[in-house]
Design a protein around this ligand. Structure first.
Ligand SMILES: Cc1cc2nc3c(=O)[nH]c(=O)nc-3n(C[C@H](O)[C@H](O)[C@H](O)COP(=O)(O)OP(=O)(O)OC[C@H]3O[C@@H](n4cnc5c(N)ncnc54)[C@H](O)[C@@H]3O)c2cc1C
Length: 193
């Protein structure tokens, strides 16, 4: 394995692939990874527990920070979104979201590890403020910010799979002393469950 590998997405799949390539090929391979969010290698399965207050800080859901990946020789760029793939030319166009800068990076191999997004049925209002999907830690942060600032009175969870049920159940596991106490939830009737 030689050359330059570009990885899109820095959670479980992307950083597993990047770390394994580094383990196998060492300095023979150059790895550049792009993550549009603010967290790398996180446990999305902990989002309901974070929303519930069982997990105080999102950092506790991070298995490996961007700096830890960089120390392992992976050139990881956070808050940087890949916007275009040119397979013929072997390059991606990336958008540094913080600096507002577009630039290109070449690759010999490309790993697309962008995950899946929650399905949003094409219903009127589905893009309205206050409608959230749950995939990334940034989604969890956005939801918590809305709960704290918009202070909604009721919540509807669409989807009764395990993630939907875990999100609904989050209300039932609030610990006193967490930022979202039982009284806080009860008094605002956030959730109809
Ligand atoms: C609430 C919840 C509970 C879960 N519980 C469990 C569980 O109990 N057990 C279990 O096995 N699994 C669970 N999962 C599933 C598990 O989290 C996922 O299978 C896993 O995160 C998938 O990893 P991934 O790297 O493929 O994708 P993701 O985790 O979705 O990561 C993709 C990354 O790519 C980034 N990205 C996307 N597009 C771009 C782009 N254009 N440019 C740059 N970056 C981009 C995203 O920001 C994201 O960080 C749960 C998931 C959720 C949301």
């Amino acid at each position: 394995m030689t050359g330059r590998i570009v990885v899109i997405g820095a959670d479980a799949a992307g950083m597993s692939a990047a770390s394994q390539a580094k383990r196998i090929a060492g300095d023979a391979v150059q790895i550049v990874a792009f993550e549009r969010g603010t967290y790398s290698s996180y446990a999305a399965c902990g989002i309901p527990y974070w929303v519930a207050g069982d997990v105080g800080e999102p950092e506790r859901l991070i298995a490996r920070s961007p700096d830890a990946h960089r120390r392992n020789g992976i050139d990881l760029h956070m808050r940087t979104e890949v916007e275009e793939i040119d397979l013929a030319a072997g390059r991606v166009t990336v958008h540094d979201l913080a600096a507002g800068r577009l630039y290109r990076e070449g690759f010999d191999s490309l790993v697309i590890a962008t995950g899946a997004v929650p399905v949003r049925p094409p219903l009127p209002g589905v893009d309205a403020a206050g409608v959230f999907g749950v995939q990334t830690l940034d989604d969890g942060a956005a939801l918590l910010a809305d709960l704290d600032h918009a202070r909604p009175r009721r919540a509807v969870v669409v989807g009764g799979g395990y993630i939907g049920v875990e999100m609904a159940e989050a209300r039932r596991h609030i610990r006193p002393g967490s930022c979202r106490t039982p009284n806080w939830w009860a008094s605002h009737r956030r959730c109809g469950c």
